[in-house]
Design a protein around this ligand. Structure first.
Ligand SMILES: Cc1ncc(COP(=O)(O)O)c(C=O)c1O
Length: 498
């Protein structure tokens, strides 16, 4: 188990000290390493001031997206849950805030050189949109995993100003290629998260929320990829709304910020589940991790028996189920990692109940409020005001069948089995009569009769009416002469099926 790393000095959240010139990086900084390295030691107060500056730059440029009360999640939690609808930005995600903040501060000479970025799909749209608006030429590098819908949107939004380059199988591979090309071409790199200009642009979401609500929310829930949105929002809230509890949500299959916080430095994950493509990042940023440490995530003591971080084991929680508030009632930032299937269930609820089209990363934050195992459910107090960022809505329609499948499996309603049938007539009827329950449905059946053997295996997929019906089905299978073997969800065969 990992211990929390040593605390680094934290800026008092409500300090009256103004940021100094040394705090703030040059607002026109445009080298490719740019403000990021210089600002690693920057105070949260300085970052918050730059968020205010970004808000000025974005005024009249980005859409002031709606903050909508959500009946479903409010009912579920007993809290007042509000959705910040960043999926309704012109590029259908908050990503243009950071891209435009950075690009609008470039000098005429830098604009002339053009820009370059790597993107899983949404940042590229923010860059493309800003290129068209500012009259800058740009190249967007995306990996082959970027859905077609996002590639098309990048081309449409950037028009003649944008060249799309598809390279590598992961975001990180595309980022490497973009950095190499930037060094060769002299184009200005526009980082997706690890740059002060980018993350302070993203931080304007929190500022806008407090303005729209007219007061500080009790809790703000934000999705996490490389950490730009959470650190920009977190820095601003820590100064202007220290009573707000900040919650970051990572996908379990790509929890790079949690792993980096555990280690005390950015760690490259050996593998990532790319399903939540907007937030499937292999390595948190240097700057974003340093800021996350300042925000106090590393100080978090979780609810597990040991009272410490529970380690980098996928769906483990860094949650505040027991005591989200520290001494003197001061909220502690919380980081959670939640399973991809939980995100799928939330995508479907957003679609079917609320009429909101969210992409997987867009549904990440609201998914944390779903009722489920304690470790992956964010507990909020009844009556609290909870703001949840729906960060993006660029969902490719062809993904919904996978979303449905993953959701059913997550909810315990869909299971796969290998069933060994004796090679004689009437066996299937026997299986249906003796083992299947009245509300269970066969959704997959693959069988090839092998006449020279005594038994023949069939692959059977069953959708249960209720997840609790599984125990009865397995008991009936045990009592029957037909051999029924569940296919474990963590097996290679299961992964092949789904
Ligand atoms: C829709 C959406 N949500 C969340 C994220 C994660 O953002 P960050 O890298 O700022 O943590 C991204 C990143 O691209 C995204 O596109």
């Amino acid at each position: 188990m990992n211990e929390p790393s040593a605390a680094i000095p934290r800026q008092p959240a409500h300090s009256a000290v103004r940021p100094t010139a040394a705090d703030a990086p040059s607002r026109t900084a445009e080298s490719n390493s740019g403000a990021a390295t210089a600002a690693e030691s920057m105070s949260l107060l300085g970052v918050a001031a730059l968020v205010d500056h970004a808000a000025e730059l974005l005024d009249g440029v980005t859409r002031r997206t709606p903050l909508q009360r959500n009946e479903r999640l409010s009912k579920l939690t007993g809290a007042e849950v509000w959705l910040k609808r960043e999926d309704l930005q012109p590029v259908r995600s908050y990503k243009l805030r950071g891209a435009y903040t950075l690009m609008s501060q470039l000098s005429p000479e830098a604009r002339q050189r053009g820009v370059i970025c790597a993107s899983a799909g949404n940042h590229g749209q923010g860059v493309a949109w800003s290129c068209a608006r500012l009259g800058i030429d740009g190249q967007v590098f995306v990996p082959t995993t970027t859905p077609r819908q996002k590639r098309e949107r990048i081309r449409e939004l950037g028009g003649p100003n944008i060249e799309l380059v598809v390279v590598g199988e992961t975001y990180d591979a595309a980022a490497e290629a973009a950095a190499a090309q930037a060094a060769l071409s002299g184009r200005v790199l526009v980082p997706a998260f690890d740059d002060l200009r980018t993350l302070t642009g993203q931080g304007t979401v929190a500022r806008e929320v407090v303005d729209q609500l007219g007061r500080a929310p009790d809790v703000m829930v934000v999705p996490v990829g490389g950490g730009g949105l959470i650190t920009g929002c977190g820095a601003w809230l820590s100064v202007h709304s220290p009573q707000t509890r900040l919650v970051g949500v990572e996908p379990a299959g790509a929890a790079c910020l949690a792993v980096g916080l555990d280690a005390g430095h950015p760690v490259t994950l050996a593998s990532v589940d790319t399903f939540v493509d907007g937030a499937a990042v292999r390595r948190a940023g240097d700057l974003t991790l340093a800021l996350a440490r300042q925000l106090g995530f590393h100080e978090w003591v979780g609810p597990s028996e040991s009272g410490r971080w529970t380690g980098a084991d996928g769906a483990a929680v860094r949650d505040a189920a027991v005591d989200p508030y520290g001494p003197a009632g001061r909220p502690r930032p919380t980081l959670m990692s939640i399973p991809e299937g939980q995100v799928c269930s939330e995508m479907l609820a957003l679609y079917q109940t609320d009429g909101v089209i969210a992409e997987p990363a867009g549904a990440l934050a609201p998914a944390a409020l779903r009722r489920g195992p304690r470790d992956t459910t964010l507990r909020v107090l009844p009556g609290q005001t909870v703001v949840v960022v729906v960060s993006g809505g660029n969902n490719d329609i062809s993904r919904y069948s996978e979303v449905l499948e993953r959701s059913l499996i997550h909810e315990g309603r869909k299971h796969y089995f290998m069933v060994s049938f004796a090679q004689e007539p009437g066996q299937l009827r026997r299986f249906l009569d003796a083992i299947l329950g009245p509300d269970d449905d066969i959704v997959l059946f693959e069988y090839v009769k092998k006449s020279n053997r005594e038994t023949g295996p069939a692959l059977v997929g069953i959708e249960l009416g209720d997840p609790d019906d599984l125990a009865g089905l397995l008991a009936r299978a045990d009592a029957s002469p037909i051999r029924v073997e569940p296919i474990p969800p963590d097996s290679a065969f299961f992964r092949y099926l789904v």
